[in-house]
Write a protein that binds this ligand. Sequence first.
Ligand code: IPD
Ligand code: CA
Ligand code: CA
Ligand code: CA
Length: 270
Amino acid sequence: MNLQKIHDFAIKTILDAGEQIRDSFSKELIIETKASANDLVTNIDRNIEQFFVDKIKNLDPSHKILGEEGMGDKIRSLDGPLWIIDPIDGTMNFIKQGRNFMISIGFFIDGAGKLGYLYDVMRDELIYAIRGEGAFLGKQPLGKLQPMTIEEAIIGINSSWVIPNGKINHEKITKLIKTVRGTRSYGSAAMEIALVVTGKLDAYLSMRLAPWDIGGGTVIAQEVGAAVSNLKGEPVNLLTQDTFLIANPSIHQVLLDQYIELKEEKQHSK
Ligand code: IPD
Ligand code: CA
Ligand code: CA
Ligand code: CA
């Protein structure tokens, strides 16, 4: 099946899912906790992921699916065609605010990003990318990110970074916050990535994200020239949780060299 056909399928399915999410506000919302009291999931997260899984398996049963809510496959390698899906990124915003959440989807073949989608359901704004053909906001092509300096940057950073936590060099992060023009925190990794690829934020950093938080965004990042890595500057790994940095290419290395220093994990003594 050619990529254009898969892309047409993806757009239709994502817009359908968005409509279902908007319709869900008039229906019952069942909220549960997962790993902790602040780790929320709803029946809508699960229903939407199941919707994507059913549609993709119907399109081509050989396609594998890695989804946050576990309705897809057990994925141990990136071989072959793989969809990485976050049905609702920003579940807490979805529950509390009824906005500021995204559908995030990436399509990969043998680990190479081919298609990426970030859909702001309530604003009805779809950003997508086709590998080698560019990225788009609706029908509007997104240009390459333009050169800039760290002093001009607005960065997405979670408020928990102001609390010394032993995992990062706190003085350097404080210096970063004082150096940049401003900081923002949106509560949806996909939304912060969407803001970086459209040049509305200049960087976003996180201490821990999962493959489904970044899968769609990394494909779009390639097409606009946004630089992506973990906080050590290593390539992102789509099979595990890791730290994450996406930035305008002119400040990515500056951030890593001058402002972000991870402390070594302490070895557990026996
Ligand atoms: C979360 C959001 C949040 C980020 C968390 C993610 P979810 O995703 O992206 O901004 O800080 O690490 O888990 O659970 O709402 O899909
Ligand atoms: Ca979640
Ligand atoms: Ca997420
Ligand atoms: Ca989610």
